[in-house]
Design a protein around this ligand. Structure first.
Ligand SMILES: [Zn+2]
Length: 99
């Protein structure tokens, strides 16, 4: 019992690190709801000549209006340009403080 516990339960609990996720916070222009959106580096980004591109239709859970976004990244996954129709990009702090 103690042995198994050492095997599987020992050590510090490892924090889950989402190394492929890039997170964005979008506020709906219509109702003000802030939506957290995840872009996956492996599956969601399309390669471009100088980096990557992400297309996404975002829908909040209050008014369900569609927000269309196109984000451009350089090869180091830094955002170089972000366009969004129907909403506004906000910071994580604004998301956490609840609008
Ligand atoms: Zn909305």
């Amino acid at each position: 019992m103690g042995f198994l516990k050492k095997l599987f339960g020992g050590g510090e609990p490892r924090e889950y690190v989402d190394k492929y996720g890039i997170y964005f916070y979008v506020r709906c222009d219509n109702c003000g709801t802030i939506v957290k959106v995840r872009a996956d580096r492996q599956h969601d980004l399309n390669s471009t000549d100088d980096g990557y591109e992400w297309h996404k239709t975002i829908v909040d859970n209050r008014c369900f209006r569609r927000m269309e976004t196109v984000v451009h990244f350089d090869r180091s996954y830094n955002v170089t340009n972000a366009e969004l129709s129907g909403g506004t990009y906000v910071t994580e702090a604004e998301f956490n403080s609840g609008q």
